[in-house]
Design a protein around this ligand. Structure first.
Ligand code: SF4
Length: 361
């Protein structure tokens, strides 16, 4: 058996990056194997290319009632589910038995290809799996790992990034629908135990295959959702709409590029790249995205030059110079200008900031 030293953080990072690489680079084959594994265990499987597809598909397969009671445990509930066919039930209502639901619609954080397992991490609805007859599971197709040991490494690394502790998180594994017994209370207060909960898995593309076709952008799919990049992103502190990794991905698509989000939102500080445990090359990706944007060539050049001059910028310890620089580059962006206006610490890059602290000690 392979020995993994969980106290050697560099080694874990290398293992995690390797695990992501081995799945992403062979995604097509692995996904089709995963689908077969799920079907062999009696999971129903659908593919959803876009959010609209997902909504339409769900509407088609929902029990044919005018109004279905659905408990959602999704990061973002697609707009299409907010119509009169759905009556939302909260997780708390379902958990304490105040309400029943026709369907629990939840999201898996990972899938394990070799074993056909769905993995739920810190999901509030995990205690409700036995309270419904149907569970719909959304799974992003980039969030699979090849084998259980890869999952172990990634969960340990995520936990370390989030809490500085190598502790296993609140993890629930679903191996087969027939292992779940459904428990409900009927109107007379009697407990009903059904034999099987029907589990339908939606393998959700949502742009992943577009990213996959690009040799450089593909590395953005290595993300393990540890959340570190957003904690060090100065723009995210002000505007919670995009995390750095969301920003890189969102700009892959024409309609986002036209909005000019990238140039307004990327401060080019490079913090995200320095903290990412799976070494996603943010700088390279953002420069590439800028090249695809509709900015005038001159504007792109000045921004890419900024990256190249980062070392120099990091030495700008006086806040006046930093504000002057930001005003020059991002003159119309009040959000970023204000950030620098109130920024007290010498800041342009966290490594530089760390170096200053070390020098002072
Ligand atoms: S991109 Fe951000 S969330 Fe994803 S692994 Fe890197 S630091 Fe974590």
């Amino acid at each position: 058996m392979e020995f993994i030293d969980f106290y050697d953080s560099d080694y874990i990072r290398t293992c995690a990056a390797g695990a992501r690489h081995s799945y992403i680079e062979d995604m097509e084959n692995k996904l089709s194997y995963f689908e077969k594994r799920l079907q062999s265990k009696n999971f129903k499987v659908y593919w959803a290319a876009t959010e609209n597809d997902l909504v339409e598909m769900v509407k088609e397969i929902l029990p044919s009632k005018t109004r279905n009671k659905v408990c959602f445990d999704l990061e973002t509930i697609p707009q299409g589910f907010k119509d009169s066919r759905f009556s939302p039930i909260s997780i708390a209502q379902l958990e304490n038995g105040a309400q029943t639901a026709n369907v629990l619609f939840t999201q898996a954080d990972f899938g394990v290809v070799d074993t056909g397992t769905l993995v739920f991490v810190n999901r509030k609805s995990k205690n409700c799996f036995q309270r419904v007859e149907k569970i719909y599971v959304l799974l992003d197709i980039s969030k699979l790992v090849n084998k259980p040991s890869d999952l172990e490494v990634i969960l340990y690394l995520r936990s370390y990034c989030q809490s500085q502790k190598y502790l296993p998180q609140d993890v629930k594994l679903m191996n087969a629908p027939h292992l779940i017994l459904s428990e409900r209370i009927n109107s007379n207060g009697d407990k009903i135990t059904a034999t099987e909960v029907e589990v339908t898995v939606f393998l959700y593309d949502n742009g992943v295959t577009t990213i996959l076709q690009d040799n450089e952008l593909r590395s953005s799919l290595y993300c393990i959702d540890c959340g570190r990049c957003k904690t060090v992103c100065p723009v995210y502190q002000y505007d919670k709409e995009y995390t750095p990794i969301d920003l890189v991905r969102a700009n892959c698509f024409e309609h986002h590029r036209q909005t000019g989000d990238l140039e307004k939102r990327a401060l080019l500080c490079g913090n995200c790249e320095q903290v990412c445990p799976v070494q996603i090359p943010f700088t390279k990706l953002i420069i590439k995205e800028l090249g695809l944007s509709k900015l005038p060539k001159k504007g792109i050049l000045s921004m890419t030059n900024t990256f190249e001059k980062r070392k120099k910028l990091n030495k700008m310890s006086g806040s006046f110079y930093r504000r002057f620089f930001v005003r020059k580059i991002y003159g119309k962006n009040r959000m970023l200008f204000n950030y620098f206006k109130y920024q007290k610490e010498p800041f342009y890059n966290i490594l530089r900031s760390q170096q200053i602290k070390d020098d002072e000690q």
